[in-house]
Design a protein around this ligand. Structure first.
Ligand code: UTP
Length: 306
């Protein structure tokens, strides 16, 4: 069984749900506490043993490339000012020299097309695919948890999580087959089904281990939902020939492509940080209690209007 050495990070989307913040800045560079979203996802891949990081970028995304490079002037200034802790953080965040590749998706034709753009860098070996929109909080990280299923069954592995049945029409949904201690055999995959047609309420949640045959399927993949080339459509074809396993991630997932998910991620990660958790908890409690009071219906002779 081939080890998983390379990971693809598709970062060429337009991020329209975050305009105007994303007019000139990639959404992958929005910060959760004090780190860009993309750094959390790269850290998860490094923890899982990934050696080569392949970014599929687009116009206005060059700042992502700069983020994963040394900033000589900044480091010199930090050194002069004796800011060793800040220097150490910057150095720890940096992938090893030569471990990153950047390729361009010239037009945002869909996630499947973005993955296909990385085919020559990945070559004929299985790889991980991490959507930077989905930020996972858990130990070990989501990709590490998926490697247990890969180690046992090989093939393709997808992280899944439950959603409310009324939301299944927004996602790729999998059917739950035979289970073991690492997860389950995916016996069906459907893109954005009607609730009555969904095989389960398990959604595909942004982490994949895929075999290289997916590239040939993507090459000829017709456009699907939203007029885009969808990775799920190619996976449905691949599942006719190869095993797909589902792994229920033991942790929390934040959809940072949506405003509420991004804000929730900031709260959850801030509360998990030793340096700011107590102070932030107090500030948050204060905001929440004032908000709760403001929402109470106006009482006779006092209180703010509802
Ligand atoms: P999304 O559809 O959530 O990203 O794709 P988006 O299109 O940037 O978001 P909105 O809806 O306009 O706000 C999930 C991931 O796939 C990448 C995105 O960058 C994101 O990380 N992607 C999507 C590409 O790289 N290329 C594409 O053509 C589409």
């Amino acid at each position: 069984m081939s080890p998983i050495r390379k990971a693809i990070f598709p970062v060429a989307g337009l991020g329209t749900r975050f305009l105007p913040a994303t007019k000139a800045m990639p959404k992958e560079m929005l910060t959760i506490v004090d780190k860009p979203v993309i750094q959390y996802v790269v850290d998860e891949a490094r923890e899982a043993g990934i050696e080569h990081f392949v970014f599929v970028t687009g116009r206005n995304k060059s700042v992502i490339e700069d983020h994963f490079d040394i900033q000589v002037e900044l480091e010199l200034t930090l050194k002069e000012r004796g800011k060793t802790q800040e220097m150490e953080i910057l150095q720890a965040d940096l992938p090893p020299p030569g471990a990153t590749s950047f390729t361009r998706q010239q037009a945002p034709l869909g996630l499947g097309h973005a993955v296909w753009c990385a085919r020559n860098i990945v070559g004929q070996e299985p790889f991980a695919l991490l959507l930077p929109d989905m930020v996972m909080q858990g130990e070990p990280g989501c990709l590490s948890q998926m490697l247990a299923a890969y180690g046992k069954h090989g093939g393709n592995v997808i992280a899944v999580e439950e959603t409310e049945p009324e939301n299944v029409h927004k996602y790729g949904i999998v059917g739950v087959g035979e289970e073991d201690e690492t997860g389950f055999h995916i016996d069906q995959m459907v893109e954005k089904p009607r609730p009555e047609d969904a095989p389960s309420n398990m959604i595909i949640s942004g982490r994949y281990i895929l075999q290289p045959e997916i590239f040939d399927l993507l090459e000829n993949q017709a456009t699907g939902a939203g007029g885009e080339i969808q990775i799920t459509d190619a996976m449905i074809s691949l599942a006719k020939q190869q095993r797909f396993s589902g792994v229920r991630f033991d942790g929390r997932t934040f959809d940072c492509g949506s405003k509420v998910g991004f804000l929730a991620a900031n709260v959850a990660f801030a509360l998990s940080r030793n340096d700011i958790a107590d102070e932030f908890h107090a500030a948050l409690t204060d905001i929440m209690s004032k908000d709760a009071k403001a929402r109470q219906p106006a009482e006779k002779g006092g209180g703010p209007a509802a």
